[in-house]
Write a protein that binds this ligand. Structure first.
Ligand code: S3P
Length: 434
């Protein structure tokens, strides 16, 4: 029996909000205090590049009442142009959010900077970063393949832009907004398919929802940003792994506290509830402009196969698809995904990574350019299957959860990669095991 029970109040702080709190702090005038900042490697990469670009960043770990340790960050800045020319390349490690959103800021600073990353990040598409920033007047050079190193010759004379997002990407939306904050005039970002809206909420940007469903985001440039405190709620994308553990486990019940329930992040909860999952949201409230609440998950037999194909839904669950697909395969034997070519541009080619590993576990899968299907399980599960993690935290964690709950013996090529977003992933599972 694989029974998991207990209460989680130490889920990692949200990765997206942590990145933005640090970057906005660096653009604000005064002292920004961030409580409950994420210790994940990606968020730590954002702090280290900010330091390397001349911003004062302090971080401390503080014990709180229930025995947990909370990480707080203090950023001091003098406003939009407080950065200084880095003495070497800015190393973003595995973090696409760091590289892309920082590029928007560096494009408006009057010096050259170079953004690099680890082997996985150096393969990810950066043309989507360069295109709007070039239109705004920055000189950007990429590799012949359109990847990093991203070399930016920034300019203080960055121009306002009206930009139709070619892909539903919160990173691209945010980098354009960050650059536009330095421009002399009003910019408009047009978003046909909604992506996470933390940047708009945290900066208090004006948004207009058109009758055709398209959203416009308005950025007035050269308006000083007053420093304000941020408190980071728990990461709903991390919660998804613990939810899958509870659903797949036997007689399991897990309560996950203080989770960010921003509607642009929790479409996966609706999908799971519609498929019959035992999930209840409790104690909902608003904290710092974000809806927050507790999630109660109970084991569930007879989960219906998940089928995801709507563009808007795909954008809303883009980070949860690895876990949803593995969960659906293990719980029902089937899964189907379309309109998700973006998944091939993440920390790994996630369509390929999921299919390769599911096939090793005996599932019949077929992949196509924008998705894949799991048709059932005909192969025998090997005694000890080797899972290739492809430098991708979400691939590693998705299969680790399935193995835990199904009692399968899987060997991960790289357990440590979970620390990119979820440093206490394995210890949390242990603490729930009965
Ligand atoms: C993120 C946006 C998404 C997501 C990533 C975090 C963000 O990427 O996959 O994990 O914080 O803005 P895209 O903007 O590339 O869709």
């Amino acid at each position: 029996m694989n029974v998991f029970q207990g209460e989680i109040s130490s889920l990692p702080p949200d990765k997206s909000i942590s990145h933005r709190a640090a970057l906005i702090g660096a653009l604000a005038e005064g002292t920004t205090e961030i409580t409950n900042f994420s210790g994940g490697y990606d968020n730590q990469s954002t702090l280290s590049v900010l330091r390397d670009a001349g911003i004062s960043v302090r971080q401390e770990e503080v014990p709180v009442a229930d025995g947990r340790i909370v990480r707080n960050v203090v950023i001091e800045s003098r406003g939009l142009w407080s950065f200084s020319k880095p003495s070497g390349p800015l190393m973003c490690n595995n973090s696409g959010s760091t590289m892309r959103m920082l590029a928007g800021i560096m494009a408006a600073q009057p010096f050259r900077s170079e953004l690099i990353g680890d082997a996985s990040l150096m393969k990810r598409p950066m043309k989507r970063v360069a295109d709007p920033l070039r239109q705004m007047g920055a000189a950007i050079s990429l590799s012949a393949e359109g990847t990093a190193p991203v070399v930016i010759d920034g300019t203080k004379e960055i121009r306002p832009i009206e930009y139709l997002l070619p892909v539903p990407s919160a990173q691209v939306k945010s980098l354009v907004a960050f650059a536009a904050m330095h421009a002399d005039g009003r910019s408009k970002i047009i978003e046909p398919i909604r992506s996470r809206d933390h940047t708009e909420l945290m900066l208090g940007l004006e948004t207009i929802d058109r009758p055709d469903g398209v959203r416009e985001i308005i950025v007035e440039g050269r308006r000083p940003i007053a420093a304000k405190p941020f408190n980071v709620p728990a990461d709903p994308s991390a919660a998804c792994f613990m939810i899958a553990l509870g659903l797949l486990g036997d007689r399991s019940e897990i309560v996950i506290r203080n989770v960010c329930l921003n509607p642009t992040r929790v479409a996966y909860i609706d999908i799971l509830q519609e498929a019959g999952a035992g999930l209840v949201i409790e104690n909902t409230r608003s904290e710092g402009g974000e809806p927050v609440g507790d999630i109660v998950v109970r084991s569930c037999s007879g989960l219906k196969p998940l089928r995801i194909s709507d563009h808007t839904i795909v954008a809303g669950v883009i980070d949860e698809i690895p876990m949803l697909s593995v969960l659906s395969a293990f719980a029902s034997g089937e899964f189907e995904l379309h309109n998700a070519a973006e998944l091939r541009t993440k920390e790994s080619d996630r369509i390929d990574a999921l299919v390769v590993n599911l096939q090793r576990l005996g599932f019949d899968c077929e992949q196509y350019p924008d998705g894949f299907v799991v048709k059932g399980r005909s192969g025998v599960v090997p005694e000890k299957a080797h899972i290739e993690c492809f430098d991708d935290h979400r691939i590693a964690m998705s299969f680790a959860i399935a193995a835990e709950a199904a009692g399968a013996s899987l060997e991960l090529s790289d357990r440590d990669v979970a620390g990119v977003s979820f440093p206490n992933f394995f210890s949390l599972i242990e603490s729930l095991r009965q």
